[in-house]
Structures are given as C-alpha cells and as structure tokens.
Design a protein around this ligand. Structure first.
Ligand code: ADP
Ligand code: MG
Length: 675
C-alpha cells in the first residue's frame, strides 16, 4: 500500500489508485509551461502565464465577500492575486516582502490586472525555473499536485517498469519502451513537443494507449478463449427448422440467411456459442432467434427466450406461438406477474424437461427455475440486462454439465470500434438489410406550439384506416422536470378526438390491462396508442404509420431511432413527428438534427457514441467491462486493431507476457473482468 495514512489512502482510492503500480499509471491530464517568467507588464489577459513578484501588501477585504487580496510587484509593474477561499496559514505566508511565483490567467479585475486563485508558491530563496513542462494530474479535494507528484516519483523509483511486450513485438510495432514512455509522461524532457503531449499523439502516449487497449483486449479475449474449453451440446438436427422455413410467408433476406448460417455453425460445436446478433429495428432478428430456439427443440433439448419487458416478452410469446404451434412445438410463458402457483407449476415442468421452449421476462433468471436440459438461451435487447443476469442464465443449463449456447440480440447498432473493443469477448453477426417492402419514414421536426396541426394529422391518418403512436417521456417520477404526463395527454387526445378510440400504456399499468390495450391496438380496435417509452422496443404493428414523439428533445439519439423504427413497417408511407419545445439546448439541437438527417442506424450509433462517450453508451454492460482512460476509440482505431491482433498472438504464444501485462493494467479490476 502507498501509505498507512488512511485519509491519504481514501483520497487516492477516490482517484482509483490502490497501489504503487496504479500511481505509475496515474498520468497527467495536461501540462503547464512554467519554464519561463512573464514580466507583469507583459502579462496579457486571457492566457495562462507565470509571474514572479514581491508581496507589497496582503489584506483581507470585504467587497462584498470576505477575500484575501495580495498586491505583487516586479520590476515592470503591479499585479493583484485574489483568493475567495483561503486558510489563515496562507495569509501568514504571504507577508510583505515574500517572493511569490504564481501561475494563472490574468483578468481585468476590481483593482486592475489580477489573477484569481492562481497556483502559487512562496519562494524561500531565488529558485531556478524548471527546464521542462510541469505535469498537472487529475486530483481530488485535499490532495495537492505537489504531494501527488512526490508519491508518483516514489512509485517510479520503486515499481518494476520493465516491458511486458516481447522486444521483437515492441520493435515490430514501433512502440517506445514502457519505462521510457511513463518517465516521459511524468517528466517530459525540455525539448518535448508540447503540442504532441497535449494532443496525446506523442510516442509516449501512443505506447500507453496501446498498452491500455492491449490490457482490455487481453482480458476480453482470454474470456473468449476460456469458453472454447467449456463443454456444450452440439446441435445439428434439422427437421423442424426446415419445416419452419418452408412454412414462413416470406423468404429470409440475404443478411438473415448469413446470420443464421453463422449461428447454425456455432450451435453444431461442442463448446458454447456467445454470439451477439445485431440488427436495426425491424431487420428481422426474431425469426433468426426462432430458428436458433427450434434447433434446440429438434435436438431434443430446451430453449429459453428472454426479453427485458413484459410487453416485449409477450410479443415474442405470441410470435413464437403463431409460428411454432402449427409445427407441434408447445411454447410456454413465464413472467413475474403470473400467480405464484402458476409460476411454480411451469417451473416444475421446465425442470422436468416437459416444456421445450419457454418465453419470458427476467423471471426466467430467478431462483427456483432450473432447466433440465437447456441448450439455447436467447436474450433480446441484451444491453438492458446486466452482465450478471446474463451469466445467471448461463448457469441454468449446468444440470447436464453442459453450458447452453447463448444468443444475444441488440437493436442498438454498435459502431465497429466499440464492438471490436467492448464486445471483444463475443462473436458478432450483423443483419444489415431490411426485409423488402418497407417504406422509408419521413421525419418532421415540429415546435410544440403547433400541436393542433399534429392532432389534425392524426385525425386524417386514422380516417384512412391507419393507426398512430403518441409517445410521451416517462411519467410521474419526472414531475419536477415538468414533463407532460402520458395520463394528461391521453385525456386530452381522447377529448379532442372523440370519434377515435385512444388507448394508454405506461409502466405503472397492471400487466393484464397493459396486455389488453396492446391487444386492442394490434387488432386495430384502438386507433391511437398513447405510450411512455414502453413501446421503445419490439412492438410490431405494421398498420401504424404515424408516430408523434413529444418532448423529443429529451430523448437520447438511440431512443429516438428505436422509436421511429416502430413505424414504416407496412406499405403505407409513414411519418414520424418529433415535437420539441424551445429553447433547445445545444445537445438537443444536435441530436434532433442527426435523426432528422439520417435513418441509418450505424451512422446514428456512431454519432451517439461521439456525443455520449462509451461509458454511457454501453449502459448496463459497462459494469462488467474496464472502461478506457487514455485511449479514444475513434481517434485510436489503428492502435485498437493492432492491440486486438496482438492480444490473440500473446495469449497463444507468450502467455507469460500476457499475464504480466494484465497484472499491470487490470490489477484490482480482475474480479469485474471475470464477473
Ligand atoms: P427486429 O429485428 O426489430 O426484432 P422483427 O423480427 O420484429 O424485427 O421483424 C420485423 C417484421 O418483419 C416482423 O413483422 C417480421 O415478421 C417481418 N420479417 C422478418 N423477416 C422478414 C423477411 N425476410 N421478409 C419479410 N418480412 C420479414
Ligand atoms: Mg425485436
């Protein structure tokens, strides 16, 4: 440990520093140039400078707040430095005659030129200027830069800094030695290029970023390889899947066929599949999932299909039943909202192996549900499930000592670099083609002052036999944000459109009522469905050709894209009206501009990643994956590619180097990585 001082320890822990090794990797945020002094007379406003002067006076002033005002003089002029928060010890040190070196931005102030809260030091004797840039570290309250710097320097002297990369590899990739890189970053040489350090293009940064990416890749790829040593039942019967394909009213698209081909090959193997099936909303993932489930059933084993919400799970249940019951496959249904005895009965039959195919919500994860022979587990909208829930499911099949094959589906397109890094432990199939016969959705951005026109449009569309969604942001808990609740909207629309049937679904509705409303909408008996974001995923009503999204400025990019994907599924031209309220924030304006301009899921995903950064973008999954601190997925794509290739190479040929590298980069996080 770094120190026995517990308060220091806890401050360091706040910075993610738990060992000397972590201190070495605690790298500067930026650098400041303290190698020169600027004469006070030449200290221009607006950029940081370093000045040195003698204290002429140091007083507490009240104008209007209590503050410490220090008057400094150098041979060229006078400058004030001002502290709104200060300790008595500071006042004591800044006595008349003291020599002060201060670094900060000069601003026009109450007294003339001034620096507010500059970084400063009282010099006991004249001191030479440093000859190199000064690092500025991320820190936390009560931990001074200088103290941190000292700890880091100690660590640099104590920690083993030898390279984890084999010399030949390092040379091949033209990377600096690790030791040189961290020394340069903590103590740049006088001739170091400040711009390259700042923009993190300096070879020292390149090395550190590469190492970080390699650490991430090694941990993810190690998982991937570990799986190939686990056992799963190989599935290869093809009686029901064949009949199912013949019974469908459509032919699979090329992309669906390719994805199914990849899954089919994986399922035939003796180790568990972990595959992510990605495809934009409406690309037809469900049918591919049904094929995978059927493959388990026709092989005499069980399959489970799980969705994050009751509505979505029920949609799957209906679809699977409609498709598979005619083939003689019984589809069971299990959710948290069922009565306990009913749940218990189903769980018993699952355990006995009597039910070949179960569709449900997270209730399927819960204890008390054990499969006799689970061979395929399918998780829809996987990003909504935590990593741990997913793993809990994996263990459901262990009765027979074989792990199930896992198929995860996501309608959130994942930019390539992201899937190459954060999803490096999975195989990925992409459905990048929509089924034929879709009509592109027209998007309109409309200020909410024009609601009446929008309501008239709904009236017209419904008069032509179409249906409409009206999406409101979350209700109740967001009252403070002045959101218009779905309940109010429903009441108003019902009053304004008396000739139409207006339904309402939201998260607080009892499941049975929710199901009844959804049923009526699917059957065309409800014309307008007012909903919170519960319809965000999965609902499929081709006759709905109009969608109004209220307070569109409050939704995320991916959400808007997903919502819009609910329409444009039938032959009628579809329109998505995004109602927004002025004034728009800069972020909201950008989001709306992007969804207006494109409906390409991958472009939207990319923009979303740029706007939000990977941590937020990944949502639940981030809890199981080490996030990057130094590397940037967009700018450092080339490094990422190299790290990916090298990770596999090291795991294969130099496992010791891989282990040392993981220790350096993943220490203390290994449990998360292994979760
Ligand atoms: P998602 O990928 O969003 O889950 P779905 O699986 O719900 O999409 O499919 C959307 C709709 O397209 C469904 O009505 C489905 O039956 C239909 N569909 C799927 N594949 C095809 C295809 N190859 N040709 C025509 N329609 C298809
Ligand atoms: Mg779906």
């Amino acid at each position: 440990m770094v120190s026995s001082d517990t308060s220091l320890k806890s401050k360091l822990a706040k910075l993610g520093i738990h060992s000397q090794r972590d201190l070495v990797l605690h790298l500067p945020l930026r650098y400041e140039d303290e190698t020169t002094l600027t004469p006070i007379a030449e200290a221009h406003e607006g950029h940081p400078v370093q000045i040195e002067g003698e204290v002429l006076s140091c007083e507490i002033a009240y104008r209007p707040r209590r503050q410490l005002v220090v008057k400094l003089r150098d041979p060229t002029g006078i400058l004030f430095i001002r502290f709104l928060n200060f300790y008595p010890s500071q006042q004591k040190a800044l006595v008349e005659g003291a020599l002060v070196r201060a670094f900060g931005e000069v601003r026009p102030g109450f007294f003339g030129g001034e620096m507010v809260h500059p970084r400063y030091r009282v010099l006991r004797a004249p001191e030479p200027l440093p000859d190199a840039l000064t690092p500025v570290y991320p820190t936390t309250a009560g931990l001074a830069q200088q103290a941190l710097r000292k700890l880091i320097d100690q660590a640099l002297a104590n920690v083993d800094l030898s390279d984890t990369l084999p010399e030949a590899v390092r040379k091949r990739l033209k990377l600096s030695p690790f030791e040189e890189a961290v020394r340069v970053l903590h103590h740049p040489q006088p001739d170091a290029d400040p711009q390259a350090l700042d923009e993190r293009t300096h070879p020292a940064w390149q090395r550190v970023k590469f190492d970080e990416l390699l650490g991430q890749q090694l941990s993810m790829r190690a998982h991937y390889r570990a799986r190939s040593r686990e056992a799963a039942a190989p599935l290869s019967a093809d009686t029901l899947t064949k009949r199912f394909l013949e019974s469908l009213p459509f032919r699979l698209t090329g992309a669906q066929r390719r994805a199914w081909g990849e899954i089919e090959r994986d399922l035939g193997r003796t180790h568990p599949m972990h595959r992510l099936l990605q495809g934009d909303v409406g690309s037809g993932k469900t049918v591919v999932a049904a094929l995978a489930a059927l493959r388990a059933v026709e092989s005499g084993r069980q399959a489970a299909v799980m969705a994050p919400t009751e509505i979505l799970a029920e949609q799957h249940f209906r679809k699977f039943s409609a498709w598979l019951t005619p083939l003689g496959v019984e589809v069971a249904w299990l959710t948290g909202s069922q009565r306990k005895p009913e749940r218990k009965r189903i769980a018993t039959e699952i355990a006995a192996g009597k039910l070949p195919l179960v569709v449900g919500t997270h209730a399927l994860f819960q204890e008390g549900v054990a499969f006799r022979n689970l061979a395929v587990a399918i998780v829809d909208e996987q990003h909504r499930f935590g990593v741990r829930q997913r793993l809990a499911l994996r263990e459901k099949g262990t009765v027979s000592d074989a792990l199930p094959h896992l198929l995860m589906m996501s309608a959130t397109p994942i930019p390539r670099t992201l899937s190459m890094s954060y999803y490096a432990d999975l195989d990925v199939s992409v459905i990048d083609e929509l089924p034929p016969g879709r009509t592109p959705v027209i998007t309109k951005l409309v200020a909410d002052t024009r609601r009446d026109e929008v309501i008239a449009r709904i009236r017209d569309a419904c008069a032509e036999g179409r249906q409409a969604y009206w999406v409101c942001p979350l209700i109740e808990e967001s009252e403070a944000l002045d959101l218009q609740t779905a309940i109010d909207t429903h009441a108003r629309l019902a009053a304004e459109l008396p000739e139409l049937s207006v339904g309402l679904v939201h998260g607080r509705l009892p499941p049975a009522e929710k199901a009844a409303v959804m049923d009526a909408f699917v059957a065309g008996k409800v014309h307008v469905l007012v909903a919170t974001t519960v319809i965000e995923v999965g609902v499929d009503v081709p006759n709905a050709s109009l969608m109004v999204i209220e307070h569109a400025e409050r939704f995320g990019l991916a959400q808007l894209h997903q919502l819009r994907g609910r329409i444009g599924r039938g032959a009628a031209a579809s329109v998505c009206i995004m109602l927004y309220q002025n004034p728009l924030s800069e972020g909201a304006r950008r989001r709306l501009k992007i969804v207006f301009e494109t409906s390409d899921g991958f472009r939207i995903a990319h923009e979303d990643l740029m706007l939000r950064g990977p941590g937020e973008y990944l949502g639940a999954r981030q809890s199981g994956v080490p996030l990057l601190r130094f590397a940037d997925l967009v700018r450092d794509e080339a490094l990422l590619r190299e790290a990916r290739a090298l990770a596999d190479e090291l795991l294969e040929r130099a496992p010791d180097a891989a282990r040392r590298h993981l220790e350096r980069w993943m220490s203390g996080r290994a449990d998360l990585v292994n979760a």
